[in-house]
Design a protein around this ligand. Structure first.
Ligand code: NAD
Length: 423
């Protein structure tokens, strides 16, 4: 069986039985968690397809490992291979410190235009949690990945750029709004209509595909009217393109203005009963409150880059922390995707074989679902659920779960593989 590339043709991913899937093991704890995850992936594929399908893993260099070997943090060959093979998986990468260096993750997301950061946040029975009802959390977060303050347009006070910006503000009568103009640094926050609409479209499509009832636009549009406020407006415009398939709170407001609150409430209730998709919005600070108090009110959440960063970690903390939260960075048009552990390199634990590989393992499950190998994704999810419920866990969980069996990273990986082989 010759290994072949995954491609996208006529709008659909074409996945051969022996696909080449590039991986970046990552820095810090990356190589340990990757070793554990890879064994789990191979066991699950073998169990699901009995040798008829098999992944050809292709190692790529990035981060510290690449810098030590090639003098570059992100070699062009790595970028080219990722583009060429469409779907990949990665461990965490060290962010280089020093002038001119940007996060490698942010660079990859921008170079490959991976505009959707998709993070499902779901509770596994038995996971340690700081909240009373973590089982009520089942939220799919869609975070815009290429715009917002992450564009990296930062000006330091006194620089030519900052001076130019002050001049521009002055010409537009805005200079008075800067409290300390001489000493202020600036960052630019680009939020575009097409950038917003494509992530909102992806979130709505996801809700339809998975039979979910609510898509919530999270924004701070009450303060940042022209960026986050427009995100909300573009969200409702995108929802309107679906006609009757969606009932949005924009429609609710129109009915309320025309016919009164009761008519609007009745229309919303009717929409809910008939199972129509509801698109609403919530201000970011209120979202943090509501998602702690009533997480069951949210299904799919779509938001801009910085909000999405905070929201996904805060939600992850409710269901067991970043050690088990998976993620994927996807461009739904080109098909390009990189699935990745959502935590960092945890350098203080590197080489100790102690931390949790679940984030990377579940990111792999997401990747298999993405390429249509749902049987593999299901086997992995089932085995992880069983391990956590039975308290066979790594250090981070063991510390919080009395009576648990503490396993090393590799022992935990073996446990998951053996569980899958036993199904
Ligand atoms: P980190 O996520 O590496 O570690 C923070 C803490 O989280 C750790 O001390 C540990 O207690 C816990 N933790 C992390 N991974 C865990 C796991 N698998 N199991 C259990 N507990 C886990 O964050 P940091 O210390 O702020 O960053 C370290 C490096 O990682 C930096 O260079 C940072 O830029 C980079 N980073 C990379 C990514 C990425 O590649 N996607 C993401 C975040 C941070």
């Amino acid at each position: 069986m010759a290994a072949e590339k995954i491609t996208k043709q006529n709008g659909k991913l074409q996945v051969p039985d022996n696909p080449i899937i590039p991986f970046i093991a990552g820095d810090g704890i990356g190589p340990e968690i990757w070793a554990a995850a890879k064994d789990v992936f191979d066991s699950a594929v073998q169990k699901a397809y009995h040798g008829k399908k098999k992944v050809e893993w292709k190692q790529l260099l990035a981060g510290e490992a690449a810098f030590d070997k090639t003098g570059e943090w992100l070699p062009q060959e790595t970028v080219d291979t990722l583009i060429d093979n469409l779907v990949a998986i990665k461990g965490p990468l060290t962010t280089p410190i020093g002038k001119g260096h940007r996060s490698i993750n942010v660079t990859l997301r921008q170079k490959l235009d991976l505009y959707a950061c998709y993070r499902p946040v779901k509770y596994f029975d038995g996971s340690p949690s700081p909240v009373v009802h973590p089982e009520r959390v089942d939220i799919d977060v869609f975070r815009e990945n290429t715009e917002d303050i992450y564009a990296g347009i930062d000006f330091v006070s006194g620089s030519k750029e900052a001076e130019g910006l002050l001049k521009l503000l002055d010409e537009n009568g805005q200079l008075d709004k800067v409290r300390f103009p001489k000493t202020s640094n600036f960052a630019i926050k680009p939020v575009s209509e097409e950038g917003s609409k494509r992530i909102i479209h992806a979130a709505i499509e996801y809700a339809f595909d998975h039979n979910l009832q609510h898509v919530t636009l999270v924004h701070k549009g009450n303060i940042m009217k022209k960026t986050e406020g427009s995100f909300k407006q573009w969200g409702y415009e995108e929802a309107a393109t679906y006609g009757d398939k969606i009932f949005s709170m924009n429609t609710y407001d129109q009915i309320k203005a025309d016919k009164g609150k009761k008519a609007a409430d009745d229309a919303l209730t009717a929409a809910e009963y008939s199972g129509r998709l509801i698109v609403n919005d919530v201000i970011t600070d209120n979202f943090f409150q509501q998602s702690l108090l009533h997480p069951e009110n949210f299904d799919v959440v779509v938001t801009m880059n910085l909000n999405g960063d905070y929201i996904s970690d805060a939600l992850a903390a409710q269901v067991g922390g970043i050690g088990i939260s998976p993620g994927g960075n996807i461009n739904y048009e080109t098909g390009q995707a990189i699935f990745e552990a959502t935590h960092g390199t945890a350098p203080q634990f590197a080489g100790q074989n102690k931390l949790n590989p679940t984030s990377l393992i579940l990111s792999g499950a997401m990747m298999f679902a993405y390429i249509g190998w749902n049987e593999v994704a299901d086997l992995i999810q089932k085995a992880i659920a069983e391990a956590i419920k039975g308290k066979h866990v790594t250090l981070d969980f063991a510390r919080q779960l009395p009576g648990s069996e503490e396993l090393s990273t590799s022992e935990y990986g073996n446990f998951i593989s053996k569980t899958i082989e036993g199904y």
